[in-house]
Every structure is written in C-alpha cells, then in structure tokens.
Design a binder for this molecule. Structure first.
Ligand SMILES: Cc1cc2nc3c(=O)[nH]c(=O)nc-3n(C[C@H](O)[C@H](O)[C@H](O)COP(=O)(O)OP(=O)(O)OC[C@H]3O[C@@H](n4cnc5c(N)ncnc54)[C@H](O)[C@@H]3O)c2cc1C
Ligand code: FES
Length: 288
C-alpha cells in the first residue's frame, strides 16, 4: 500500500539507510514554544536527506535512544532538514539540550509521503492541529514552492491556546501571502493573553468553506480526537474517502517493518504509512 503513495512523487531516490544511523550536525535551534523547538540539520557527509513531506526520520542520540520525528521542511528549500520536536520524555528532552554544532544520528527518511504528485492540479485543503503542523509545514512549503502544480491552497490550523501556536512567523507570512489562504484558530484564550485571530475548534473554520468535492483533496494531521470531527465535516461537504488523506501516529521502534510495534491489524504504520487515504484504512479497526 505504502509504495503506491511513495511512488506518486515520481522522484528517484536512493534507498534509505535502514539500520545504521548517519551523522548529522545541528545548524540552528529555534524556540517555537516553551515545549517545542525547531532544529535545522545537515548531513555531515554533505549529502541531501532525500526527504518527502509526510515521511519521518529515526533520530538517535548515543547512549540515550531513538525517536521517530516527522520531516518538517520541504526538500525544495535546500540541502537541510528541519524537525519540530516537543519535549515529552527522555529522548526528546535530550534533543532539546542540543546546541548548534552538536551531532546526532539519523536513519531514514521512512514511510509514505503525502501524495504530492497525485494531488497535482487539485485544490488542497490542508488541516492540522497542535503538533500536526510539524509534518504539515513540509507540505505547505512544498506547495508554495511548486505553486503552479496546484489549484487553490487553503491552510487551516488549530492550537489549544495562543501560546501553543507553532511556527507563528510562518503562519503570519502565509496569512499575508497571495499564494494561499491561511486561517488559525485557538480553542481558548486565557485571560491576559493577546490574540486577534479566531477562537473555537478547527471544525468552526471548515463549515463556512465552499469546497468542490470533485477537485479537492483534504490532508489532515493532528491529535486523534480531531480526526473524527474534521472527517465528519468533510463528509458533510461530500468529499469522498479517497480524497481525504490522513497521517497516523503509532508507537514505533524500528521504523522499517521488522519489530511489529506499529501494526494496526495487518498494516505496518511505519512502512505502509504513516500517510494513508481514508479509503485505505476504512476497514482497519481503531485506525483513527
Ligand atoms: C511517525 C511519527 C512521527 C512523529 N513526529 C513527531 C514530531 O514531528 N515531533 C515530535 O515532537 N514528536 C513526534 N513524534 C512523537 C515522538 O516520536 C515521541 O514523542 C518520542 O518518541 C518520545 O520519546 P521520549 O524518549 O522523549 O519519551 P518517552 O519518555 O519514551 O515517552 C514519553 C511519551 O512519548 C510516547 N512515545 C514514546 N516513544 C514513542 C514512539 N516511538 N512513538 C510514538 N510515541 C512515543 C510515550 O507513549 C509517552 O507518552 C512522532 C511519532 C511518530 C510515530
Ligand atoms: S516500527 Fe517496527 S514494524 Fe513498524
């Protein structure tokens, strides 16, 4: 299943290093929120990463561990790779201690990508919530850089509160941009916080949209609770399951289809996914 979507990009790519990490160097570190940082990395051997929007990397630190992290920058931007990391435990907190010049290991890129070729000529409705903006950002950058390949591009993003909004300066630039439409909403605004955007759940932004179900592909990345309600809104607008793309996050270890940690029924999220169309996972119990 996965190779179908991966092959849709039509770009030749060397096979990823499956088991042995290659060395990367931190070029820069940016605070996105108190809990999230953006790392710009380059390969020490000078090669490109060959990443595609929607894929993930297995990031490792010697003596600490390894974690799957989504590709957060488009290959159209240059020979670097950016990862947005939320500190949640041992490995991600150790990543947060890295400084420019430090080295780390990486395997990948792994998994299926967003179907950037199959979506050519179509209107894109790109919906993300919370940390889901990390992989979505790579797709938005890709669509910006290959703007003539797509119809209307609409970006909807929801966060819990203004302090949780990721990539604030890029969102502001997308809101000003003539290349796409971008709307941001937050669930609530704590007293004393400055916010002049929308307030409410992300579904509130979908309702007023006029969507042509024949020409639109929706891509959704966010916390599990978001999928159910967003998908219902899209079904209400008659968008068929084959034109709704989701990214599933499952507990992963090997990332290459060997350990079985990421399975849903007969599907391996690490190699068959993480990107699926809704019709591909319709029969999988508990997928969403
Ligand atoms: C395909 C994929 C893409 C991801 N992309 C990102 C990203 O772009 N940015 C980001 O910040 N995080 C991302 N994650 C989640 C990230 O992998 C986990 O937060 C990280 O592995 C936690 O490791 P830890 O040692 O810091 O935490 P631990 O101390 O091990 O655990 C802290 C929490 O993280 C969860 N967790 C632990 N290991 C994994 C794992 N292998 N997969 C999923 N959850 C795990 C645990 O259930 C626990 O809730 C992604 C996960 C997957 C599967
Ligand atoms: S993470 Fe090991 S099989 Fe998918």
């Amino acid at each position: 299943m996965g190779t179908e979507i991966a092959s849709q990009t039509g770009e030749e790519q060397a096979p990823p290093p499956l088991y042995r990490p290659f060395a990367c160097r931190v070029e820069s570190v940016e605070d996105l929120t108190p809990a999230e940082k953006l790392f710009r990395l380059v390969r020490v051997d000078g090669q490109s990463f060959g990443q595609k929007p929607g894929q993930f990397m297995q990031v490792s630190l010697m003596g600490i561990g390894e974690a799957p992290i989504s590709v957060s920058s488009s290959p159209t931007r240059g020979n670097y790779l950016e990862l947005g990391v939320r500190a949640t435990g041992t490995m991600t907190e150790a990543l947060h201690r890295l400084q420019p010049g430090d080295e780390l290991g990486m395997r990948g890129p792994f998994g299926t990508c967003f179907p950037v070729d199959a979506m050519k000529g179509r209107d894109l409705l790109l919906i993300s919530g919370g940390c889901g903006m990390a992989p979505m950002r790579a797709l938005i950058q890709y669509a910006e850089d290959r703007r003539d390949d797509y119809g209307d591009v609409t970006v909807l993003y929801g966060a819990k509160s203004p302090d949780d909004v990721l990539y604030k300066s890029e969102l502001a630039a997308w809101q000003r941009s003539e290349k796409l439409t971008c709307q941001v909403t937050v669930d609530n605004v704590p007293g004393g916080t400055c916010w002049d955007g929308d307030v409410g759940l992300i579904t509130k932004l979908i309702g007023p949209l006029t969507i042509d179900p024949g020409t639109t592909t929706a891509v959704i990345v966010g916390p599990p609770i978001m999928y159910k309600f967003v998908i219902q809104e899209l079904y209400d607008k008659c968008l068929p399951a084959e034109n709704i793309v989701v990214s599933l996050e499952r507990y992963m270890k090997c990332g290459v289809g060997k350990c079985g940690h990421c399975t849903i029924d007969h599907v391996y999220c690490c190699i068959d996914g993480p990107v699926f169309t809704l019709d591909q996972i319709a029969s999988l119990k508990g997928a969403l």
